[in-house]
Design a protein around this ligand. Structure first.
Ligand code: THU
Length: 137
């Protein structure tokens, strides 16, 4: 993909690999996410569903937990991979806000299918006029 940096290509590949680790027996809709942190490290996660359906976790939430547990606190870019490549698997509303906690409005959000990048957004495009930690002073 020519419109991605090498780091972004690695990030998208990590999200696609994470998709393969999903536990999604109910929806049968595996999703992977990968975060590029402020030190250049990559943290990935997948959706983890539950027989009590609302208890399941999204891939983005898993990746954020992995980043925090690794001692990092900024999302410089995030890739999400899901679906069959026909429709975009953009983060759900709750995950947009989860990402916002650790990211800036211009942070890239790279949306992929199983075969690679489909579309690039900024977080601001997905979550305009957002409320973040800075609002709390
Ligand atoms: N899902 C994610 O993990 N991330 C997204 O961006 C969209 C949806 C999961 C939640 C659920 O396990 C499955 O995909 C179907 O909604």
């Amino acid at each position: 993909m020519t419109d991605m940096t090498e780091q972004e290509e690695r990030l998208v590949a990590a999200a696609i690999a994470a998709m393969g680790q999903a536990y999604a027996p109910y929806s049968k809709f595996p999703v992977g996410a990968a975060i590029l942190d402020e030190g250049g490290g990559i943290h990935s996660g997948a959706n983890v569903e539950n027989a009590a359906y609302p208890v399941g976790n999204c891939a983005e939430a898993s990746a954020i937990a992995a980043m925090v547990m690794a001692g990092r606190g900024r999302i410089n870019a995030i890739a999400v991979a899901g679906g069959d490549g026909k429709m975009l698997c953009t983060p759900c509303g709750a995950c947009r806000q989860r990402i916002r906690e650790f990211a800036a409005p211009d942070t890239p959000v790279l949306i992929s299918g199983p075969d690679g990048l489909q579309r690039r957004f900024t977080l601001e495009e997905l979550l305009p006029e957002s409320f973040g930690p800075e609002n709390l002073g």
